[in-house]
Design a protein around this ligand. Sequence first.
Ligand SMILES: Cc1cc2nc3c(=O)[nH]c(=O)nc-3n(C[C@H](O)[C@H](O)[C@H](O)COP(=O)(O)OP(=O)(O)OC[C@H]3O[C@@H](n4cnc5c(N)ncnc54)[C@H](O)[C@@H]3O)c2cc1C
Length: 477
Amino acid sequence: MGDNVKKSLWDDVDYNELDPLKENVETDVLIIGGGIAGISTAYHLIDSGKRVTLIDRDVCGRGVSLYTTGKLTFLQKLIYHKLEFYHGFEKARDYLFATKKIINEVSEIINENDIDCDYEEVPSYVVSNKNEDVLSFNDEIEFLKKCNIDAELFLETPYGENKFTLKVNEGAVFHPFKYINSLKGICLDKGINIYEKTVAKKMRRVSNKVIIETDRANVTAENVIMACHFPFVNFPGFYFMRMHLERSYVDVSKRNGNFSLITADSPITSIRFHKDNLIFGGSGHILSKKYSYLKRFNSLKEKREEIFPGTSVMAWSTHDCITQDGLPYIGRFDGYSNVYVATGFNKWGMTNGSIAGKIISDLITKNESEFQHVFNPRRKIRIKNFLKDMGNSISNYFTHSKKKELIKINEGGITKEHLGVFKDAEGEHFVRTKCPHLGCELFFNDTDKTWDCSCHGSRFNIHGQVIQGPSTRDISL
Ligand SMILES: Cc1cc2nc3c(=O)[nH]c(=O)nc-3n(C[C@H](O)[C@H](O)[C@H](O)COP(=O)(O)OP(=O)(O)OC[C@H]3O[C@@H](n4cnc5c(N)ncnc54)[C@H](O)[C@@H]3O)c2cc1C
């Protein structure tokens, strides 16, 4: 796959990089992060009469949101009968309604602002070829019917040979970066201050205001929104104990189609099309140093070739935050009445991040929002899943070292406790492989050539500079 492994299909658009924050500022609302969640929140605050500032450690829309598959659907695998079991019918139904409503709202935003983002309405499918899934499909259909959703079981399927095919006619696909970049332009035109290449490092409270220290200057805000994918503040909140991360892979080849599909099995396979490209996702796993990313890419490609033969033209991978109870965390941050959080999108951030924009802007301007009860971040954790997540995190604190001589050119590895090396034609690049966030051992990502944390997802380049949070610091020797 060569150099194409790191590319995203959505990285085909010109964009402006804005200046960083250089001087202290005061603002009514500070949004940290300009991905789908942060930029949607900024958009909904345009007419609020509030001074709104957004900072992003890189460039808006170029975090995880650049690597999504860009589907907007409420058919998110067979989740609803499980949500009903754990949270009750009303909450499961309201998650569905919130998702359905936001898809319409995104479509309205696109129409009202004449946004060119290749938005296309397509049917959504969930499929399975396993007999044992019959009960889950029946339960899901029953749930959808109780919510007045027109869902049907079909025998025919647009993907491979499947025994069950659930189809709904609602759903859409879009170009996520074109959408986010256009919203950024609208926000700038309407007076929202956006600073890029600006990292939020610390948060403290002074009387009823919140001060965010960035790498160059401080922001004093009446309200702060942490829309930075994984919150960089550990206490309070304890999000590092309430979520784990899952990595998934995407392979692009040439083929036309007009549907969006997901399989019911684990790891899931996801399909959509963009122009003449088939976007085939899957091979997902919990973040852990035991996986070779290159092997996962290859197995995804093999799976795709069995059904859709053809050459890969592009491939990429990224990770997302997974909560313990299937619902995202959107709303008031623990311990603060004027700090908000949007995280844990469970690989459905195009809809959940857009929902976050609506809920948090409503909470700031009206002190309430229609679906806030579904996503309340202060809800109790699920002990069983919490213990599972902690078990995985703990195993990632241990070092698996390799003799330096065995590391080849273009490879990286840990040679002794907390010491990693990457070798290339220029020589050996050493880094300290203890994550500054919470001390987990890093591992070498063999496709992106980065040092990654398998507990909480921070990533560093071969020189030790942090490129993805929650860490706000580099790794140095
Ligand atoms: C392979 C894959 C495919 C997916 N496909 C879909 C899909 O089809 N549909 C769907 O609904 N969802 C999908 N998702 C999920 C979706 O992509 C994510 O949930 C979503 O992009 C997360 O958005 P975000 O705004 O939280 O994060 P991001 O897009 O990462 O935005 C966060 C921003 O915060 C900035 N930031 C971070 N830390 C700081 C800091 N300390 N200071 C300042 N700025 C900071 C970052 O630079 C970044 O720009 C997929 C996920 C994966 C893994």
